[in-house]
Design a protein around this ligand. Structure first.
Ligand code: ZN
Length: 251
């Protein structure tokens, strides 16, 4: 099993090996050996799908013509509105929430779970630009502290984790194992943090959709409510139903 101490030991050994190459064969060879250690690690870190160090579920084995809808970056002021639209379409979603926001508004977490949706861990502070570069201590704090906040607010510990922007390094998978979390990636995303054309985003999300697909949208943007409404309208028209991922079946 991959554990944080084993990964740390392996990294130290690889660096020592690269330094030894440099000492024995000259700095050019040492530089190449160091690149040989770091480039694969960088590639693994910047890949948002499954890696040897962290399996990412990107589609779910769920029954029938179903998909998993995930909503990132809340809870925020539009949470009650999002919940009202989900109720209108009898849809279920996994809310990947930010721990600090959940701690400030536990009532929104309570509303989400009371309506039969799932809350999941999306780190404490959403450090999108740095999380992938952090060591195990800082990553563990972001994840475990959010687990504590969500357990207090929801009455049970979350089952799923998603890294900010999807980038995580080899330590992340070992920490998730320690904390009993699984990584849920996505198979379609709206790019709704950068775009605002709702019709185009819905088309992108629904084009040739496959059963078990995991869709990713965000909340907290001016178009978030409209995007959710139009997405659910299109899914309903095409006879898709939303389903929670296996292990969190409340639908
Ligand atoms: Zn996010």
């Amino acid at each position: 099993m991959l554990t944080v101490p084993r990964l740390q030991t392996a990294l130290v050994l690889f660096h020592l090996a690269a330094l030894s190459v440099g000492w024995l064969l000259g700095w050019e060879a040492g530089l190449l050996a160091m690149a040989g250690v770091h480039l694969p690690l960088l590639a693994i870190t910047l890949w948002t799908g499954s890696t040897p160090f962290c399996l990412a579920l990107q589609s779910c084995p769920i029954p029938g013509r179903s998909i998993v809808l995930t909503i990132d970056d809340g809870p925020c002021a539009d949470t009650p509105g999002m919940l009202a639209i989900l109720a209108q379409y009898q849809a279920k979603a996994v809310f990947f929430v930010i721990g600090q926001r959940a701690a400030s508004h536990p009532e929104w977490i309570h509303q989400i779970t009371s309506a039969g949706h799932e809350v999941a861990n999306h780190t404490l502070t959403h450090p999108a630009g740095q999380f992938w570069a952090w060591g195990p201590t800082a990553q563990r704090w972001e994840i475990s502290e959010t687990n504590r906040i969500l357990t207090e607010a929801a009455g049970h510990s979350p089952a799923w984790f998603r890294a900010p922007a999807g980038y995580r390094n080899p330590f992340t998978g070992a920490i998730l194992q320690e904390l009993g979390l699984q990584y849920l990636g996505w198979s379609r995303r709206a790019f709704d943090t950068r775009r605002s054309d709702v019709a185009k985003m819905v088309k992108r999300l629904c084009h040739r959709l496959q059963p078990g697909a995991v869709l990713l949208i965000h909340q907290g943007h001016p178009h978030s409510i409209k995007l959710l409404e139009e997405l659910l309208k299109t899914l309903a028209a095409e006879n898709w139903i939303t389903h929670l991922p296996a292990g969190t079946d409340k639908s």
